[in-house]
Write a protein that binds this ligand. Structure first.
Ligand SMILES: Nc1ncnc2c1ncn2[C@@H]1O[C@H](COP(=O)(O)OP(=O)(O)OP(=O)(O)O)[C@@H](O)[C@H]1O
Ligand SMILES: [Mg+2]
Length: 256
């Protein structure tokens, strides 16, 4: 695995401490920090003017690197002295808590189901970064994400943070990620190099589009790229939404 070198994560910090799962830390190599800083800069421009932009990180399929990218992006924004809340909206397969060695219970699902009136935000080892874990796994995640409680939650946290990043399940597998499309600033799609077919990505884009979602950019995750060991997250290009759409349509034409 690219982040592993001599049994040591390239993401681990210089003090030797590291999280349960690899992600960006203060001690990560310069190249990895730079890759996320580049994405962060683009996002900051994308959300300019909005009080607290809310970005959801998603992808077409499972294990594309969504959670790792969402966590690392949130860390990168917090490192730029912005207050960030990272929400784990993958209530089927929670994972944000694993990057911060905490537990997932008492989080989003309890709030959305009305089981808890307290919003339990957890602080992290990164100054200015808080997380809202997924909560207990509910029987109806998509339904919960479509409730009025979700609107209220986002309105509430927007008062206290500069950015909200939401980790989500894969768009082509479950509908959860697109349910709140009209409530957020936009989606960041993670595309895994050598794994995702263009048709998978096009389908995911179409699903987001059908729900009136806005795709603000793409992260090319390239975990197996041997030639770019230090650039395992390559920021390829921030496609404008229209350009991406054109790209998908052009591919559809070529299949006729
Ligand atoms: N660039 C990378 N280099 C090496 N390993 C990576 C990279 N990106 C992700 N991984 C690893 O791949 C696995 C899946 O990543 P992650 O959990 O972020 O994907 P996901 O899209 O959120 O998956 P899911 O759909 O299950 O939520 C994890 O073990 C993660 O550490
Ligand atoms: Mg995930």
């Amino acid at each position: 695995m690219l982040f592993q070198k001599k049994n040591k994560s390239l993401f681990s910090n210089k003090s030797g401490s590291h999280s349960e799962r690899p992600r960006l830390t203060l001690g990560s190599p310069f190249a990895i920090k730079e890759a996320f800083n580049s994405i962060r800069t683009k996002l900051i421009f994308t959300g300019k003017g909005e009080k607290c932009p809310v970005f959801a990180v998603t992808s077409s399929l499972a294990s594309d690197g969504k959670s790792t990218a969402a966590v690392s992006l949130a860390v990168s924004i917090a490192m730029a002295e912005q207050r960030v809340l990272l929400i784990d909206a993958d209530m089927r397969k929670p994972s944000v808590h694993r990057y911060f060695s905490t537990e997932y219970r008492n989080g989003l699902s309890e709030i959305l189901a009305g089981l808890s009136s307290e919003i339990k935000l957890r602080s992290t080892d990164i100054d200015k970064l808080s997380i809202l874990t997924a909560g207990q796994i509910p029987p109806n995640p998509a339904e919960l994400l479509g409730t009025k409680q979700m609107d209220l939650l986002l309105d509430y946290v927007r008062q206290y943070f500069d950015y909200v990043i939401i980790d989500t399940p894969p768009v082509s597998i479950v509908t959860d990620a697109t349910i709140f499309a009209d409530k957020i600033t936009g989606y960041i799609m993670v595309v895994q190099s050598g794994k995702n077919h263009l048709q998978d990505v096009s389908n995911a884009v179409r699903q987001i589009e059908e729900m009136k979602g806005n795709i603000v950019g793409i992260i090319l995750n390239d975990p197996e790229n041997k030639t770019a060991a230090h650039y395992s997250y390559r920021y390829n290009k921030y496609y404008r939404y229209n350009r991406y759409k054109y790209y998908g349509e052009s591919n559809a034409d070529s299949r006729k």
